[in-house]
Every structure is written in C-alpha cells, then in structure tokens.
Design a protein around this ligand. Structure first.
Ligand SMILES: Cc1cc2nc3c(=O)[nH]c(=O)nc-3n(C[C@H](O)[C@H](O)[C@H](O)COP(=O)(O)O)c2cc1C
Length: 481
C-alpha cells in the first residue's frame, strides 16, 4: 500500500504559469480551457446569484459536494467528527450544499456501519445538523437566506456493509460478472426482489419527509457511483417491472418522485447522476490501472456507455435528464463511474487510495472528461440547474478553470469535494479575491478514501489539524507503509 506514482505526470504545483499549464495540456493532449486572470468583485461569475424556478435564490456559484465521513454512531447518528465536517461546509462560503453526505434510507442500506441513517429515530439529529449548518454559516457569512441545502438519500446496493466493515451484505439489482467476481458474489446470490424495491421506495419517501421536517430545501435521489439507484439504470437484463426497458429502469426514480410529491409537497428534488460508467479497472504488473478483461462482444453494464466498456454514448443519459425535466426536477449534479471500481474517472488523483491503482492517465484528463460531459448536459438542457464535480485535482488552477466554465455556461455551479476537506474556506477566498493558501490545497493523497477502506473514519489526515493530531493518523501511516 505504499504511495507510488509514476514520474510521467507533472504535479500541478510545478505548473506555475499559464504558459506552463497550457503547454503541458498540449503535450498531454488534454482539452481543458481556463481563464488566465481571475475576475474581481462583482465581475466575478462566482459571485453571481442563481434563481431557481421556485424563486429560491442561491447566493453564489460554489457548491459543496456530498462527502461522507464514515464517522456516525452505529445507530446512524452524527458524532463530533460529522459535525466538524458539516461546520466546514457551512464556513466555506459556498451557497449551495448538495446533499451534505449520503444518508442511508434504512439501516441495512448503509455502506458501512458508521453511515448516517435518515430514519424517524434520528429526526432530532437531522434537525440539529440542519440548524448547525445555518447557524455556522450565519456566524461566518452573516446571511443564510441565500444558502440552499439538500440531503442526499441513498441505498448502497451491492456495496452495503451495514454491520461490519469487512462484511458485504449486498443488495444487487442484477448479476454483473466482473463486479460479482471482484466482490465475491456467487452466481446463486438472489438479486433484490421487486417487492423489496417497492418497500424501498416507501423508505426513500419517508426519509424525504424527515428531511423536509428538518428544514432541508431538497433531497437528492442518488443515482451514481454504482449504488443501487445507479445500478438499476443498467439492469437491462433484469426481469420484472424494474428492469429491461428504459421505462422500467427508471420506475424506481419515478415512483420515489411521485411519493415525495404526495407526502412532502413543496420539497424540492435533485438527482446526482453518474452520467456514464466504464468497466472496472484492475492493476497491471506495475500497479497501473488497466481495464478488466471482458469476454463478451458487448459490455452492457455501463449506463451511458457505448457497449465497449470504455466509451460514451449519452443517448440514455440525455433521456434520463429529459425525464428529470418532465418530472419537474431542476437540479442535477453530474459525476461519473464509481469510486469502488474505476476511481480515476470519478475522483482523479495522483496518489491512489489503497484499493485503487496508479493513474492510467494524467488525472487532468479525468478532470477534463467530467467537465466535457457536464458541458454537454448543460448545453442540451439549458433550463436544468447543473452542478459539476471533480475539480479538486486542479489545485492552484481550480479557480481559473471554474471561472472559464461558469463564463461559458458549461455548468451552473462549481462543486467541491476533497478540496473542502483540506481547505474549507477556498470558496470564501476566491469570492473575496484573496490569494489561495497553497499549503491547504488538496494534493490528492487519497487518505480520505484509504482510511475508510481500512475501517478508519475519513478526513483530511495530512492537512486538517483535527485529523492530523488524531491517533488514527499514525494507524493510517502504518497501514500505508
Ligand atoms: C471521502 C469522500 C467521501 C465521499 N462521499 C460521497 C457521498 O457521500 N456521496 C456522493 O455522492 N459522493 C461522495 N464522494 C464523491 C465526491 O462528492 C466527489 O464527487 C469526488 O470527490 C470528486 O470531486 P472532487 O474532485 O472535488 O473531490 C466522496 C468522496 C470522498 C473523497
């Protein structure tokens, strides 16, 4: 698990000038645009507010992406670690908080025994977390009337580990030959039944009701990263009413939305979507990521894929976003793939997590890929409110790339994940035209992912003093060596 990296990719910190960055992008054949100069004051596109169809105003164009911490109690309640993260989200200055973190809609839907759960017993804690965001945001930024907050609702599907960090208790939508093999699922393991999905829809709706009571503006009906909602979208061979046709594969979403409209009227909704997926990657003899070998003539398991396992066909992705529009859902957060089997397309990093592989491409190529697909979605659906992801790897250049994206309407919001764990106030600094604090920039060491993969709570161990001083950091260092 030593952190290895190939010297062939330059570190972002080495790309000191716009010319350095430009020529490196040309050398690597990466199509990524950026503004050389940051605009100041009210000229800055980051400072423009955004008005939703509901009339709600979001105060600026930074969004905090959902980031779970594997740090709840075993009955799904937050701890001081959870609150530390949420406070940082509130202090960041971003006015859109997409989901906060993945909340399981029932105990057995958790991806780890410490995932938070949106269930009636936890209503008080949900209220408190919401109020904490508001109070902490007001403490630092004064006004919270233009702060827009969602709660991400999820079922972890084939990645459920509700009781023990080492024991998968999967709920699969269908048998996926490569993932079944990777995660030890036998051919006779039963997929989740239609009746169980019917009940699960009710759980999503009940969780949304709790979120509304707590004061959240919207819920995210999660359809990404290989979790259940996402997996159902590629259940082409699944029999019954939740598999096969596009209509059947989106029935789960449709019914959750109908239930929320009936039970939590007025609550807004969004969807975080893996806009396309690829096949799982494995390590080659040098630990570099390569695609799994697959015998079939067509790889049918990737929603938004072109059948090769490594290509893109957005036909169904666009159909899905069109469906969102038809359902009256305005908010979509774009992400890709899954952190469990192709992390380099999902969260580009120079240093892989312990269950990952060395980057098969310059991580900037991964960033550019997400920017491109997000731009295509925004172009095809100009009335949707689009949030982009995976900008953290840009480091020093994040504000410049983000500004270009906003100016060219390639996304409405710049979503921040890992960067906020190390440098929570980056949005406030950019909005205030302050120089970046380079010592706080996330350098994508992936400790925030390696820790939970090894049963340790997540956090920015190298840079956040809250974690740096914790005994877990020593444990993590030992694991890595
Ligand atoms: C520690 C960690 C926890 C995450 N938790 C969630 C989550 O709960 N829900 C989700 O949709 N994505 C989650 N993500 C993915 C991020 O939201 C984001 O898509 C990803 O990190 C890429 O953005 P970035 O380059 O800004 O980090 C997580 C990522 C990390 C590193």
């Amino acid at each position: 698990m030593a952190q290895k990296t190939k010297p062939r990719y330059k570190r972002i910190a080495q790309l000191k000038t716009a010319d350095d960055l430009r020529s490196y992008l040309v050398e690597q054949n990466i199509d990524l645009q950026f503004d050389e100069e940051l605009m100041t004051g009210d000229q800055s596109p980051y400072r423009q507010s955004y008005t939703l169809r509901s009339g709600d105003v979001i105060g600026n164009r930074f969004c905090i992406l959902p980031m779970e911490g594997w740090d709840g109690t075993t009955d799904g309640k937050p701890t001081e670690f959870t609150k530390h993260r949420w406070k940082n989200f509130a202090h960041s200055g971003a006015k859109l908080i997409w989901g906060c973190e993945a909340f399981a809609v029932r105990d057995d839907a958790r991806a780890n025994p410490n995932q938070l759960v949106a269930k009636p017993n936890n209503q008080k804690e949900l209220d408190e977390l919401h109020n904490l965001l508001i109070a902490e945001h007001e403490k630092v930024h004064g006004n919270s009337s233009d702060l827009y907050i969602g709660l991400q609702l999820t079922h972890s599907g084939r990645f459920c580990k509700p009781n023990d960090n080492k024991t998968l208790e999967p709920k699969i939508a269908y048998h996926h030959p490569l993932l079944d093999k990777k995660f030890g699922i036998s051919d006779d393991y039963p997929p989740i039944t239609d009746e169980a999905l019917d009940r699960l829809i009710e759980d999503f709706v009940s969780a949304a009701v709790l979120a509304q009571k707590a004061g959240f503006h919207f819920v995210d009906i999660k359809h990404c990263h290989g979790y259940l909602g996402h997996e159902i979208l590629s259940g082409f061979d699944r029999p019954g009413k939740y598999g096969g046709s596009f209509e059947n594969r989106t029935r789960f979403l449709n019914e959750i939305v109908a239930g929320i409209k009936a039970e939590a009227s007025g609550l807004n909704m969004g969807v975080r979507l893996s806009a396309f997926d690829w096949m799982p990657f494995v390590k080659d003899e040098n630990d570099v990521g390569i695609p799994s070998s697959f015998e079939g003539a067509k790889y049918p398991f990737a929603f938004g894929g072109d059948g090769s396992g490594l290509g893109v066909d957005l036909t169904e992705t666009f159909k899905f976003v069109e469906l969102l529009e038809t359902l009256g859902i305005e908010l979509v957060c774009v992400t890709l793939g899954s952190p469990y089997y192709n992390p380099h397309i999902q969260r580009p990093a120079l240093f892989p997590p312990s269950d990952g592989y060395l980057p098969p491409e310059d991580p900037l190529a991964g960033v550019a890929r997400q920017i491109k697909v997000t731009g295509e979605i925004k172009k095809a659906f100009p009335n949707m409110t689009v949030v982009g992801s995976a900008y953290s790897y840009l480091q020093e250049w994040l504000p410049n790339v983000g500004q270009y994206i906003l100016r060219h309407h390639m996304s409405d919001f710049i979503g921040l994940g890992r960067m906020v764990l190390s440098y929570p106030e980056l949005p406030a600094d950019v909005l205030g035209n302050l120089p970046l604090k380079r010592g706080k920039l996330c350098r994508t060491f992936s400790d925030c992912t390696t820790a939970p993969r090894n049963g340790i709570r997540s956090g920015c161990y190298p840079l956040d003093p809250f974690y740096k001083q914790s005994p877990e950091f020593e444990k993590l260092k030992q694991l890595k060596s």
